[in-house]
Design a protein. Structure first.
Length: 213
């Protein structure tokens, strides 16, 4: 249940959370997944195995991204095993990962899903600007993704963090408390975390857009 204190986040199946967890961030492209990843990244959740790993400006791990796109399960499983060996808690962000959420959940220990929802028309408009495609067609696709995510949210037994992008982004201090609790982060420098999130957002919006994103 939620009340007027809702800060943009709701945890479902919280009773299953443990110290070891794999945080899987879901949502459509241009739908706020980079913001969600930035929150956990700045709270101290690792998104790379080591400092030499390649992490895109959108906080997507290059090896996991390529293997997922190619449906290369062997590489995915090997990379996931390496993450789990090095980190008791780690994050994996990739738009459209919710389409294979159950398969991904079988690869990782104690999957903790994160689903972020952003106002659909704004998501479709941003896609239309970048891709030069019909806005209404893209809006229809975005709504279908959110419908699929809502169905998963209703049926999953895994721990799940539901995020309202607009609500969370406008009330970061309160939202950070929920996200930190979900990740098992017991202490953090609120001012530094918020500054880091804002810097990530600035670099994200300043970069030259790519059509595939």
């Amino acid at each position: 249940m939620i009340d007027s204190s809702f800060a943009g986040a709701l945890i479902k199946n919280e009773h299953k959370t443990t110290e070891r967890k794999s945080i899987i961030i879901c949502g459509p492209t241009r739908g706020g997944t980079s913001f969600a990843a930035s929150v956990f990244y700045r709270l101290g959740v690792p998104f790379t195995r080591d400092p030499d790993d390649r992490l895109t400006i959108r906080l997507e791990h290059s090896d996991l991204m390529r293997a997922f796109s190619a449906r290369d399960r062997r590489t995915l499983e090997t990379t996931v095993e390496e993450f789990c060996y090095l980190h008791s808690v780690w994050g994996w962000k990739l738009p459209a990962i919710e389409s294979q959420l159950e398969a991904v959940a079988q690869m990782v220990p104690n999957p903790h899903a994160v689903m972020i929802f952003k106002e659909p028309l704004s998501v479709a408009a941003r896609k239309a600007i970048v891709r030069k495609k019909d806005l209404v067609l893209l809006l229809e696709r975005v709504v279908k993704v959110y419908t699929r995510m809502a169905a998963l949210a209703a049926s999953t037994e895994h721990p799940l963090l539901l995020i309202s992008y607009d609500k969370a982004a406008s009330n970061l201090p309160a939202f950070l408390k929920v996200a930190a609790n979900y990740a098992g982060v017991t202490s953090y420098d609120e001012e530094a975390v918020i500054a880091g999130i804002q810097d990530d957002q600035r670099r994200y919006f300043e970069r030259k857009p790519d059509v595939a994103a």
